[in-house]
Design a protein around this ligand. Sequence first.
Ligand SMILES: *[C@@H]1O[C@H](CO)[C@@H](O)[C@H](O)[C@H]1NC(C)=O
Ligand SMILES: *[C@@H]1O[C@H](CO)[C@@H](O)[C@H](O)[C@H]1NC(C)=O
Length: 293
Amino acid sequence: MLFRSLFAVALAATATMAASLQAVTGFGTNPSQIQMYIYVPDKLATKPAIVVALHPCGGSGQQWFSGTRPTVQYADQLGFILIYPSTPHMSNCWDVQNAASLTHGAGGDATGIVQMVNYTLTKYSADPERVYVFGSSSGGMMTNVIAGTYPEVFAAGSATSGTPFACFAGAPSATPFSPNQTCAQGLQHTAADWGNFVRNAYPGYTGKRPRMMIWHGNADALVRPQCALEALKQWSDVLEVPDMKTVANVPASPYTQYLYGDGSKVVGYMGAGLGHMPAINDKVMLTFFGLLS
Ligand SMILES: *[C@@H]1O[C@H](CO)[C@@H](O)[C@H](O)[C@H]1NC(C)=O
Ligand SMILES: *[C@@H]1O[C@H](CO)[C@@H](O)[C@H](O)[C@H]1NC(C)=O
């Protein structure tokens, strides 16, 4: 009997030791009523880094957790925390057209996501200097938005199949079903104009800005590849690295690298023949973040 109950306790302990995705409620300010999920690996690093993972339209935190298994394995290996925000609104697309999310401290999904970061920093004594964000499609669009609106929060971001900061501003919605696809069809501005949208999101801010990585497939018909080139123009202006050269087959075929300066602040990868939402290259992304060497 004693053996049996000890065995049950041991089993229960094993079960609770395997980390899993957890819903978090009551994490604080959440003006647009989005949801928070978190993955805290069993072996957490001391003063862990935080990586925010943003799902595409039609997705959810749980779905994107399943869709980013390699990232989760790196979290287990390296001991960083993953936050999976989830939006139930607007066909599960992030509110990248919303003036509130495009303005520092003004609300929208961006404020809720930043609050999730705040909550996690405090609860897990995480490292405020090592907070990162990545996402695909709508999640890539929101990666560019939140990096622009909350530059003090994020050290780096990686946007796949996204659009520049403020690209959807003035469009009533930013879903694939919205009649106005001007942005996703490759809306163009000058680098300086794109840069001004970012600077005007947080007037007077002179602190550091997140380093940015942009990924896209050049056969993407839903969010045109021009959107990636526009985002690169934007970040090269904001981060003041105007000189660019392309390097074929980096990190590997079919990708061409868009190298701004030495690539440590702004870098892009365009995949020849790839469509919407190409697979995330965790190794290159986490190395850019500084989590892998
Ligand atoms: C997050 O923390 C910062 C710094 O402590 C604070 O200014 C901010 O109001 C907090 N919440 C949000 C949503 O930004
Ligand atoms: C369509 O969206 C763009 C931004 O993506 C905006 O500038 C434009 O005003 C919108 N057009 C209409 C008719 O609402």
